[in-house]
Ligand binder design. Structure first.
Ligand code: ATP
Length: 408
């Protein structure tokens, strides 16, 4: 298929290397799943997923050698991951059959044919394989037609019961691609949610899906849809959060501008708005410190806002800001337009430095030095003094604080 020629260069080189090895060793590799879907959609696939009925380990090892990379093997899933400098991540798998012994449990995996491998997949748009040697598209579930119609469709009625994490995948993919969840699939999804199918999956797996949702560019829409459909009740219990999508949307803009912000913490805090307790984020793997920030955002916003309303000086305001996390301040900034410029200014202040150190002050050492330097930084930043006055000002302040310490 000449669409392969449209791949960006690193992907193209990976496919060329795979094809050369396949010709030499008489192997039959297929590009499968997401990358084929994205090729048909003219979206650039990032990763390369290849499946073979036989010889996956031969291909993986020969490929790693040729492109000077390394192989990691996952024997329980019959898969290999090849990584090399300048190449995308390449997954090479043996075509496999899956059998769900009980709803929600991980499937039993065994080697199978290409058709088995496509049949085990989540949606028709992902059940596609492209023969890399002759360019034939294998499309047993009419995925290409669904791509044209922009539909997400499961392959059979038991799909969400077998693996309820597909509920998250369906919403994620539909939102990302601007597709609609086909009506029978949507009904099956609703049924699965109502019959609490997600309870058959560990909380850790549900959280993993939720974090993937938060990684999406369209995370606000994905999270709001999951919330609205009740898919998050299994983690958080039923709860109403008003204007969730709008708030998440505004917060996203700021998250995108500042990569230091912890978006998982912010989104989780906002979804738990009004009432968060540690039990809600069990399985999420948050450290204690991050969990505290989730609770801060979820539970302490009203009190923080009241305190802000009572503020009478800029210094008092900065003291309040200093007492909370940057993630909490991000939420405050988007919810209180009057506060936003001041919070931005505070952020600038946090980054602001003056070229002055304790030794420069020629004052006996002690806690007063740090206090004086901090007060000076504030004074320069606020324009109370000129930068070239910083040294003498800091010295005077240090002496003043020292006297106070001595009197106390
Ligand atoms: P993304 O761009 O999000 O990586 P992807 O479609 O490549 O999209 P992966 O999570 O990398 O998604 O999965 C690779 C392929 O494995 C999918 O295209 C799909 O065919 C299949 N797959 C993944 N998870 C499931 C699942 N829970 N049930 C069935 N098939 C799945």
């Amino acid at each position: 298929m000449n669409r392969l020629l449209e791949l960006p260069n690193p992907q193209r080189r990976a496919i060329d290397a795979i094809n050369a090895i396949a010709a030499e060793k008489d192997l039959r590799p297929y590009l499968v799943g997401g990358p084929v879907r994205d090729l048909l959609l003219d979206r650039h696939a990032i990763d390369i997923d290849v499946t073979l009925e036989e010889g996956s380990s031969t291909l993986a090892r020969a490929l790693a050698k040729q492109i000077e990379g390394r192989v990691r093997s996952h024997p329980q899933f019959l898969t290999y991951k090849v990584t090399a400098e300048g190449f995308p991540e390449i997954d090479i798998a043996t075509a496999r059959k899956e059998r769900y012994r009980s709803p929600g449990a991980l499937p039993a995996v065994s080697a199978g044919k290409l058709k088995d491998d496509l049949h085990r997949r989540d949606f028709s748009v992902n059940a596609l394989a492209l023969d890399l040697l002759d360019g034939t598209l294998h499309d047993p579930s009419n995925g290409e037609a669904d791509i044209r119609e922009k539909l997400i469709r499961v392959l059979h009625d038991q799909s969400f019961v077998d693996d309820p994490t597909r509920i998250f995948r369906a919403v994620r993919l539909a939102t990302r691609l601007g597709f609609t969840i086909e009506s029978n699939t949507a009904a099956l999804m609703r049924e699965a949610i109502e019959s609490e199918a997600l309870k058959t999956v560990s909380r850790e797996r549900v959280w993993r899906e939720l974090f993937l949702a938060m990684d999406e560019h369209e995370a606000p829409a994905v999270l709001a849809a999951l919330h609205q459909q009740g898919a998050l009740d299994v983690l958080f219990g039923p709860r109403r959060v008003s204007d969730l999508e709008k708030t998440l949307e505004r917060v996203r803009e700021r998250i995108e501008r500042d990569p230091n912000l912890d978006r998982y913490v912010i989104y989780t805090g906002l979804m738990l708005r009004g009432d968060a307790s540690p039990i809600d984020f069990e399985g999420g793997g948050f450290s204690q410190k991050r969990a505290r920030v989730v609770v801060e955002i979820a539970n302490e916003l009203p009190r923080f806002n009241e305190a802000l309303d009572r503020v009478i000086s800029e210094r008092q305001r900065f003291r309040l800001y200093r007492g909370v996390s940057p993630e909490m301040l991000t939420v405050v900034a988007v919810e209180r337009p009057d506060e936003m410029p001041r919070i931005d200014r505070w952020r600038e202040f946090k980054q602001f430095t003056i070229p002055l150190r304790g030794n420069d002050l020629e004052v006996p050492s002690g806690p007063h030095i740090k206090k004086a330097l901090e007060r000076t930084r504030e004074a320069v930043f606020n324009g109370e003094i000129e930068p070239d006055q910083a040294r003498s000002y800091a010295r005077a302040m240090a002496k003043k604080y020292l006297e106070r310490e001595e009197q106390a």
